[in-house]
Design a protein around this ligand. Sequence first.
Ligand SMILES: Nc1ncnc2c1ncn2[C@@H]1O[C@H](COP(=O)(O)OP(=O)(O)OP(=O)(O)O)[C@@H](O)[C@H]1O
Ligand SMILES: [Mg+2]
Length: 563
Amino acid sequence: MAIVSIPPRTMSLRFSRTDLAFALCFCFVACTARAQQAQQGVAHGAANWWFSIAVLALGIALVFSLRSARLLAHRVRLDAIVQSAMDAIITVDEQQRIVLFNAAAEQMFRCSKANAVGRPLDVFIPQRFRGAHHKHVEQFARTGSTARRMGLQSTLKALRADGTEFPIEASISHARVGGAKLFTVILRDISERVGAALELEDEREKVRAGERRLDAIVQSAMDAIITVDSGQRVVLFNAAAEKMFGCGAAQAVGGLLDRFIPLRLRAEHHAHVERFARTGETSRRMGVRSVLTALRADGTEFPIEASISQAVVGGQKLLTVILHDITLRTRAQEEVARTNDELRELSLAMIEVREAERTRIARELHDELGQVLTALKMDVELFNARIPAERTDLVDHAAAMNRLLDSTVATTRRIASDLRPLVLDDLGLNAAAEWLLDGLAQRAGITFKLDIGSSCADVGEPQASTLFRVMQESLTNVARHAHASHVVVRLRCEDGDAVLTVADNGVGINPDARAKPGSFGLRGIRERVLLLGGTLNVERNQDGGTTVLARLPMPAATGGEGA
Ligand SMILES: Nc1ncnc2c1ncn2[C@@H]1O[C@H](COP(=O)(O)OP(=O)(O)OP(=O)(O)O)[C@@H](O)[C@H]1O
Ligand SMILES: [Mg+2]
């Protein structure tokens, strides 16, 4: 960068080797001519001396003119270089007055050469820096070095003719030319570079602020967040993770994720993470099919819910797992499941007790009360036979008693059947179903088809009662809601299951009706079926009516045959 420009009239007049060679050639020619004359003994002494002197003078003149021409060419070349330089070049004398101001300087300082040359350099230095600049130049002049970079400790500022300041990069050199000391400063406008650096710094600060924000979010998250690299080494371990695993981030970071996974599950976990890393997915819920188990630093295991995501950061694939300790939820779920099981067992016991109670009452009504009523009826018949014919009032009375007894017997039978049709216990499911359908046909005029497989004759308790109750509720619903004209009841016992369908050709069930408030018929039979490990579905059939389908697993001894 250091170029010392030589201003006009101060160039050195030292001779080059070429100049000396020329002078020696002329001396040689002059001396040779003189020696030849001496040999020839020519005595034209004075004339020959003058001739030699003339040749010498001519030679010297020639050397000087060649020298001047070269100097001129050198100056022109130098001037062209200085003027065409991209950087501003300013040369000042010892009083720091400008003696050279190139085209780039004119452009940079928005000041013409004519206005700059002869003025102090200070006009291009902001007021507050002038003292420091003077000191710097004086110090530099005292040192032995010829060139130095300026503003190493801080950014230099220059001042344009219009008063605006701008950052520069500068180097200074000094040289003694024709006895005068000259300082040359080469300047470069670094506004764009400084601006870009400021912008870059601004962007970096924004990124840093973003990172700080992200870190704050990650650290304050309620869920544990762990990030691992492709070798499954922990690179991030937030505060919630520290608390959840009882392990500080300092111990966790850099170590393998394995330490937080029970030994028996590590291989499966590795395979899962590798599979996930190979997919193009960015995130996924982990352990969809099962509850995951994690391992605390103290060796205790606990259930977790986790999701995994992946991202490439700085060319490195990072996997982030977000973990939620579900110990409390799992405990609560287990508690709910246990309570449900208990409720089911209680419910089953209640149903069985109620069924047994109904059977007992029905049988007592049928056997005890029925027999008493029959005996009473026989007694009334006896009295009636013994009443004298003229006592028509007593005859009428006995007939009324007889009618009353008949209706009481019928009512007792009906109540007993409603409680528990004894036909179910005495004659089996087929007969009980027929009894139900006969009643439906009589009461509602609905025709029916009953199709019960022969293998279902041996269905025992409590399955038989449950199937009977499903039939009973379904047929009651047909009579009450379906507006049907025909119903088909089918029972098959196959593949270890009893499958009962009650299909009507009515108006069809509304999907919302199943959960009608205040309606418990379908819920009740579903619950009874569930208690025995079966399923119950109610749906529209292809005739537009409703089909109730109950599937009950049968104990091994009774199931397995096709009908
Ligand atoms: N076969 C059917 N056809 C049309 N709608 C039906 C049929 N069976 C049930 N539903 C509809 O489903 C609803 C619920 O039936 P569910 O047996 O649970 O209660 P319910 O019969 O209304 O009252 P209950 O508690 O006395 O049985 C009925 O109110 C009715 O709207
Ligand atoms: Mg009902």
